[in-house]
Design a protein around this ligand. Structure first.
Ligand code: NI
Length: 259
């Protein structure tokens, strides 16, 4: 079944129909979901969701755009949440230079601290990197991220950067952007990345694939992403679903369920 590796179902965009939507997943082929914390409150909400739904696991962390809320106390809270049995990763964390705030120095500091946390609690890390390719890579290399392991979520760089992450044995989260007509660089990168390093993701409620671009996204749209990857790789949709599920279970250390 489809393994959704990155969604934000704690987001208020789902307040009106969260229960109905999540209840529909199994019947639509969505087997497992990793809910991703993007703030301290989002991380708390992630632990709660994971406690409510057997098929939801979680990652706790603070997104680069939200790091102004972090403090020693906040880091300690994240460390405690990492001890929850259904928390399988630290993140999302990283660098985002799209907007002028928060200051680059602050983003770098809390990114590095979350990498250190991931190493301490022995969990893989979910990387968010936007318009910050070189700095992201520098910090990851300085912290030997290859020993921590993880996934570059919503991978948006080209082949050269993909090679750097492959050298660290990282995975690549591929989502709705792969269905966009103008995603030429990303399509080349996906052709280049070995199939056993690709994870499916949506980043719901954001980044809906074609033909739903601009609408609220959910894991129910993942078949469009599967189809796009299958086309680029010249393999069947079933193979994309099976391989990406196996990859995600390997990365997040979730035992494979017998079918
Ligand atoms: Ni996200």
């Amino acid at each position: 079944m489809i393994f959704e590796s990155h969604a934000h179902y704690d987001d208020e965009a789902f307040d009106g129909d969260r229960e109905e939507l999540l209840a529909s997943f199994e019947g639509k082929g969505i087997g497992t979901v990793i809910n991703i914390g993007a703030s301290l409150a989002g991380s708390e909400a992630t632990v709660k969701l994971a406690g409510q739904y057997p098929f939801i696991y979680g990652a706790v962390g603070v997104h680069p755009s939200e790091v102004e809320e972090l403090s020693e106390e906040g880091m300690e809270r994240l460390r405690v949440l990492c001890g929850h049995e259904k928390i399988v990763a630290v993140g999302e964390t990283g660098l985002d230079y799209h907007y002028p705030d928060p200051a680059v120095s602050l983003q770098k500091e809390w990114f590095a601290r979350q990498l250190v946390l991931a190493r301490e609690v022995k969990l893989p890390v979910i990387i968010h990197s936007r318009e910050a390719a070189k700095d992201t890579l520098d910090i990851m290399q300085a912290h030997h991220a290859g020993e921590i392991g993880g996934v570059v979520h919503c991978f948006s760089y080209g082949k050269e950067m993909a090679r750097e992450y492959l050298n660290m044995d990282f995975y690549f989260g591929i989502g709705g952007v792969i269905t966009f007509k103008n995603a030429k660089k990303l399509k080349e990168a996906v052709q280049y990345i070995p199939m056993d390093k690709i994870l499916l993701e949506t980043d719901s409620p954001y980044l809906s694939p074609e033909p739903h671009r601009g609408e609220r996204n959910s894991s129910l749209n993942l078949p469009y992403v599967v189809e796009a990857i299958a086309g680029l790789k010249g393999i069947s949709c079933e193979e994309v679903v099976e391989t990406t599920e196996r990859n995600a279970r390997r990365l997040f250390n979730l035992t494979v369920q017998p079918d």
